[in-house]
Each structure stands twice: as C-alpha cells, then as structure tokens.
Design a protein around this ligand. Structure first.
Ligand SMILES: *Cc1c(COP(=O)(O)O)cnc(C)c1O
Length: 489
C-alpha cells in the first residue's frame, strides 16, 4: 500500500536526480585532468551534506537510516536513490565509480556507468559471469567465450579453472590475437563474449581492437577489454565501441599501493545474445543491484577513497612514467646481456605501429607542453636475459632500488619474474602460450628519476660479468623485519 508520503520522497528524489544529472553533464564538458581531480563530488554536495569538506569523505558505515517506513520502502524498491547497505553501495564507493565512469567515457558521446569491486579479479568475474548462464532453450548445451591466452595470470586461472574445469564453459583461445580471422573462426552461436587484455601483462600483446569489436557486434555479442595496463589516460575502449572495460584499480590507477580494488565500466545498451533487458540497458547498474548484491564482492569505502585520491594525478603520472620507461627500454635494448626487450614504445617492437594507433596520451593536444597528439605506452615492460633463467634470477636478486614484488603500477619501481610468480600456476605449456619464458623479468618503472633506475639495473646486470653485489642490509630474520625493530634491538 502506498501512502501520500511516498510521493514526497519520490518528488524530492526526482529533483536531486535532475540536479545531479545536470552536474554530470557539466563535468562531461571538462578536460580529463579536471574530471580526474573533481569527479562527481561537487561544492554543492560538500556544503549541503559534508560540513564543507573539500575532499570526499570516507563513509565508514555499514548502512543508511531512513526517515520513516515510506522512505525505506521507496528506497529498498530502488524508487529513490539510496545506498542502503555497504555490501551493495556506499557514498564513498560511488565517488570512485562516478569518476571512473566519466574517465572511461571521456571523449565519447556514450553514457557510461561503473561498479567498483574488491579486486580486479572480482571485476573480471562481475564482468563475465552474467553472460555465462545456461542457454534457456538447451540448459545442458555447450557455451563458450573467446579470448587470447595472453592475459594476466589470475585471469588465466579464473578462465581455465573456475570457468572451464569447474563449470564446463569452454575457453576458446586465440593464439595470435592480431589475426582477426582466428577470432572469427572461434565464434559460433554458443559464444557469449569476446575478451582481450591489451596491452597484455606481461607480454605486451596487442590486437586491432576496433576490428575485434566490429566482429563481436556482427555476431551480436559483447567485447570485454581488460584495460588495466593502458588506463583511461592512454586508451578508452568504450569510446572505440567496446561494451565493457575491466580495471584492476589496484595497479596504475591507485599507484600508492595502499590496497586492492577493481572496477567494471560499461556502456549503456550493450550488445549481447543473452536475453536480459535490464543487463543490456545498464550492465554496471544491473551487476550492482542484482548479482553483486547477492554475491557480495564489492569494495570497501576506505579502499574506494584511497584509490580515488590517486586517480586525481593519473594523466601526469602516466605521461612521466611512460617517458621514463622508454628511457629504461632504450638503455636495455643495446645491452650485451639482453636477448629481447618487450616494450610497445620501442620502434623495434613488432606491434609498435599497431599500438601507436591506440595508445595516445589523453589531452596532449591541449597540453601547453605538447600542443599535439602524442603516443605514450605506459610503464610496464619486460626484458629477457640472454644467459637464461638462472642468470635472470641473479640479476633480479641484485636489484637494490627496484623492489622484488608481484606487483605493478606502483609509484616505486617493482619487478618480478613471472614464471616463478604471477604465471607459475599455469604450467610450462600455459606459459609458452602466453609467451612468458623463465628468463623474462617484468619491470614496472616508478616515478623515480629514470637515471637512478637505469643505474640499479646496470649494476645488477654487472653480476653476469662476475662483479660482486654488495648487499648492504643488516642481518634479517626470515620474512624481513622493520627498520624500527632492528633499531630497537
Ligand atoms: C593485477 C591484474 C588483474 C587482477 O587484479 P587484482 O586487483 O590483483 O585482483 C587483472 N588484470 C590485469 C591486467 C592485472 O594486471
């Protein structure tokens, strides 16, 4: 039974919705940096709701109270904007979702929406699972999806084990992702989506995204892109026609490295052969209000604000770190102990030309420093040691500035050997498919001065000439000890 009061709340909600929509329209007219800095948080909201706080507040609260049962009823039937309970939504979460939706939609007329998740892996699950339901006409019939094997190690496991082994959903692998006919030959009426990571981590695989999107839409299925390595500062797949973007927000987006986070950003009215009008109309909102409400993989308010705070400086960081990475790649490419450098920014890279069609520093043409479009290629690269896996480990062990960690996107340089870390679970065969040999070191260049990073690598490579490394650290207990602990001894 609906009472008079119900309308009062809906009318107020309509007014505030209208105000917010107008505000978003205004923000969409701003440049990338302005959107990254301000996002969806307005002066109006600061003054009316948040004691004038110029920085978005962290709403550390499980839930929201309502004025009366009418408001509660209208809210819980999604008739008025509400956040209700932090498993489903939370204002701090929304600040992150709002800015990512705007940034991934930047430069496109498309309206976009976003759902933030607890991790990049949860984002991938959120993005793909709604398409992987059984066929209602043939519930035990086969279903499949098409994606290259050059994907992040965690994604490889989620696809190969959680989908294929556990749920009998076929992952049709595209060995050469730049070969469009190979994508096409794998598609049939049971294919639910095409998926690709570009540039891929760590192999820097790259494909002609516009052609693959066209192919997906020709077959009535969505194109899902993991755009973690590029970030919206370099590439915005939704503007190119892709249906869904996933981000491991843990990486370059939240460079400080305080926590793990992920996001799914979708266009309105996407292409799909799954009969679900709500999902088609607004995928991210659908995932938020239904499957993720029930599965509960969403982000915490604290992590959302920590990520948000780093996103403000995204464009300038990606520019600077891309330039530093180019310097490091150039240095390595002529070094006698290096067999191969994989960085899309190097002209010698076989995919350099293709990548240059896609990876542009956003707004460079409006930047007084450049005044024209410029290519940037991100801060992830890898290199292979000529003398093999043992030598690669010796060099890796000799880094003194570059952290040995299975991480990337950090403000500090980090390196890993994928074959013994991120890509260890998929076995020799899987690593061969993903082109991740055991002599490959993945390096993500931070915001230090590149000369100092080059010096660290140079000194580490010298161990292969028999030079000793002087490890300066005091004695450590296994697992490491803080400097404070050591001082107190
Ligand atoms: C790290 C990473 C993921 C997974 O993200 P988490 O936040 O670690 O769960 C997915 N894709 C790519 C390309 C990544 O680098």
């Amino acid at each position: 039974m609906q009472r008079q009061e119900d309308n009062k709340y809906r009318e107020a909600a309509d007014r505030s919705n209208q105000w917010h929509q107008n505000y978003l329209q205004e923000m969409r007219k701003c440049r990338f940096d302005t959107i990254a800095v301000h996002g969806v948080y307005s002066m109006q909201e600061a003054l009316d709701f948040n004691q004038g706080s110029i920085i978005e507040p962290v709403y550390m609260s499980t839930s929201q109270t309502y004025r009366d049962s009418d408001e509660m009823e209208a809210a819980l039937s999604y008739q008025i904007p509400t956040w209700c309970y932090s498993r489903i939504a939370n204002p701090s979460m929304y600040y992150l979702e709002g800015v990512l939706a705007l940034l991934e939609g930047y430069g496109s007329k498309e309206e976009t929406s976003c759902i933030a998740t607890a991790s990049g892996m949860a984002a991938i699950q959120t993005a793909v699972d709604p398409f992987l339901l059984p066929n209602p006409k043939d519930p035990s019939g086969p279903i499949n999806f098409v994606a290259p094997p050059q994907v992040y190690g965690g994604t490889f496991q989620q696809f190969a084990v959680r989908k294929e082994k556990e749920r009998n959903i076929t992952w049709r692998q595209v060995a050469n992702s730049f070969d469009i006919s190979e994508w096409e030959n794998n598609i049939d009426q049971n294919t639910r989506f095409l998926y690709g990571e570009m540039p891929s981590n760590p192999g820097q695989a790259f494909f002609d995204l516009k052609k693959v999107i066209e192919l997906a839409h020709k077959h009535g299925i969505p194109m899902i892109v993991d755009s973690t390595v590029a970030t919206p500062a370099l590439m915005r797949p939704l503007a190119l026609g892709a249906d869904i973007v996933v981000q491991s927000v843990s990486k370059t987006l939240s460079t400080s490295g305080f926590g793990i986070a992920g996001a799914v950003i979708s266009r309105k009215n996407l292409t799909t052969n799954v009969d679900n009008p709500e999902m088609k109309a607004d995928f991210a909102m659908y995932a938020k209000t239904l499957p993720n409400r029930d599965n509960g993989p969403n982000i915490s308010p604290m992590n959302a604000i920590l990520a948000l705070n780093d996103i403000r400086t995204l464009r300038m960081r990606v520019d600077m770190q891309s330039r530093s990475t180019t310097a490091v790649a150039n240095y390595l490419s002529t070094h006698k102990h290096i067999e191969q450098v994989d960085y899309l920014g190097l002209e010698s890279h076989p995919l350099h030309k293709l990548a240059s069609e896609y990876l542009w520093l956003v707004d460079a043409e409006h930047d007084e420093l450049y005044g024209q479009p410029v290519n940037r290629y991100g801060h992830l690269m890898s290199f292979r040691i000529k003398e093999g896996p043992q030598a690669a480990r010796a060099v890796f062990d000799a880094f003194n500035r570059i952290y040995r960690a299975t991480d990337l996107g950090r403000i500090k340089s980090v390196a890993t050997i994928p074959a013994i870390s991120t890509h260890s679970q998929q076995g020799e065969e899987g690593r061969k498919l993903a082109d991740v040999p055991a002599n490959l070191i993945r390096l993500c260049v931070g915001a230090e001065h590149p000369d100092d990073i080059i010096a660290d690598i140079d000194r580490a490579l010298a161990v292969l000439d028999g030079n000793k490394v002087h490890f300066t650290a005091p004695e450590f207990s296994a697992g490491g000890a803080s400097s404070a602990t050591l001082r107190n001894k």
